[in-house]
Design a protein around this ligand. Structure first.
Ligand SMILES: Cc1cc2nc3c(=O)[nH]c(=O)nc-3n(C[C@H](O)[C@H](O)[C@H](O)COP(=O)(O)OP(=O)(O)OC[C@H]3O[C@@H](n4cnc5c(N)ncnc54)[C@H](O)[C@@H]3O)c2cc1C
Length: 415
């Protein structure tokens, strides 16, 4: 049966949900407070990551976070706050950061990543719209033996999960990418990963959806959700009331404010990251993570993107130029011939990653409401997991069996 579906949020998760829902014959509307040209889904590193099998909440991260807390240039920074929402999130994060929980998450994260990558490839071959898609893998570049050892330990786990991973000497990594001089000790090379140019993809995706009858309302913020018994009946923006049969919340870092109106506490905090686009030749042809600096480097269509930092400081729009400069400086240490000019640094932009405490997304119908589906909390993997999440959302709303088991993504796992 065709339904009228309203999606709050036009990031990669909202657009992907609209794509599969529209294909199933539903009438879809997206509402977004922005003009759909900025935010996490536009500034991200564009890497599709079967390689990222370890969630952010891993043993040792809390200690590193505490050590880095007051540094203005460290990869992870936390603004101390007594806000109860953040304190609860931090406590749940700590509880999730155990070896056993991480081991349990590894195959779950890998499977949904591989599923999503297949869907990206299906979209690419479908000719629905054209986009830049390259499968050249991802190199974890390291400068210290200690980091090399840590990365290779993870690489070996990934091999056990069926991924193709190699441990390369510095000279071997250099040979694969002869035009960008590397200052490294070695690299762990995941052949599994692919990459895209997010802003171009988002633009093409939006045009495709508009051409295929999806209604997209921009610059309208949903300020309240109206409820009648066990159903959400409408949402209110400043301009209008929108009614629907089914509601999808793909509202990223802003989700806690919306679900609060349904009487729920879903822990999501924004993890701010920055990107610098270097619009000149860099010689970089294979995406990389600079592991000590935690910077992602992606050769996109016409430029190279350097992206990184995880700033836990609530929702705010400030660009911290010290952190942006730190991304540029650390990148120049791995690529000694690279010079990132001021014009590129001054043009930096940011996005807020919606982070759940355990690093797993929330995908599923709320049990306390008959017609509300949550699709958020994808943290550092939202770009990769967009199509998989969209497909799962469309299956849930169409009352079909889901393509993969979604028990671990239950939205109410912390209630
Ligand atoms: C620097 C950086 C690098 C990254 N690199 C990668 C990568 O290489 N690979 C990867 O897989 N992931 C990466 N990510 C993570 C990824 O970008 C995010 O997980 C993903 O974009 C989240 O998508 P989303 O649709 O959930 O949220 P968003 O893109 O934030 O979209 C949510 C939308 O909801 C709208 N909204 C919220 N509340 C309301 C409201 N009340 N009314 C109306 N609209 C509302 C917002 O305006 C927003 O447009 C990176 C992120 C950053 C910041």
């Amino acid at each position: 049966m065709n339904k009228n579906v309203l999606i709050i949020g036009g990031g990669i998760i909202g657009l992907s949900s609209a794509y599969y829902l529209q294909k199933q014959g539903h009438n879809v509307t997206i509402v977004d407070q922005s003009d759909l040209t900025s935010g996490a889904s536009h500034v991200n590193a564009g890497i599709i990551t079967p390689s990222h099998i370890i969630p952010l909440a891993a043993p040792g991260v809390i200690n590193k976070g505490l050590k880095w807390m007051f540094s203005s240039t460290s990869p992870l920074s936390i603004k101390p706050t007594l806000n109860s929402h953040f304190l609860r999130w931090a406590w749940l994060f700590k509880k999730a950061s155990t070896k056993q929980k991480v081991e349990k998450s590894i195959p779950i994260i890998k499977n949904i990543n591989v599923f999503s990558q297949e869907l990206y490839e299906d979209i690419k071959t479908s000719d629905d719209f054209n986009f830049y898609y390259q499968k050249k893998g991802l190199m974890m570049l390291y400068q210290s033996d200690k980091m090399g050892e840590e990365e290779w330990n993870i690489g070996q786990k990934a091999i056990q999960e069926g991924l193709h991973v190699e441990h390369l000497k510095a000279s071997e990594a250099q040979q694969l990418q002869p035009n960008a001089k590397l200052n490294i000790k070695g690299a762990v090379y995941y052949h599994s990963d692919s990459h895209t140019t997010p802003s171009d993809f988002m633009k093409e995706f939006t045009s495709y959806l508009l051409k295929n009858g999806v209604n997209i309302i921009t610059n309208e913020k949903v300020i309240s959700v109206n409820v009648s018994g066990k159903k959400a009946s409408s949402v209110q923006t400043k301009q209008q009331k929108i009614q629907f049969d089914e509601l999808v919340m793909a509202s990223g870092s802003w989700t806690p404010m919306l679900v609060k109106q349904l009487g729920l506490r879903i822990p999501v905090v924004p993890g701010k990251g920055y990107r610098i686009n270097v619009k000149k030749k860099t010689g970089i042809t294979i995406p990389a993570i600079l592991t000590e600096a935690k910077v992602a480097v992606t050769p996109m269509d016409g430029f190279t993107r350097f992206a990184g930092k995880m700033e836990l400081a609530g929702i705010n729009t400030k660009i911290n130029m010290k952190r942006v400069r730190a991304i540029a400086q650390s990148s120049e240490k791995y690529y000694p011939d690279l010079k990132i000019n001021e014009e590129f640094i001054n043009d930096a932009d940011y996005g807020l990653r919606p982070c759940s405490p355990d690093g797993l997304p929330y995908i599923g119908k709320l049990s306390s409401f008959n017609n509300v589906t949550l699709a958020t909390g994808h943290a550092m993997m939202g770009w990769s997991l967009g199509p998989a999440t969209g497909k799962l959302v469309s299956e849930l709303i169409s009352n079909q069996n889901t393509s993969i088991n979604i028990a671990s993504f239950k939205p109410e796992r912390y209630l």
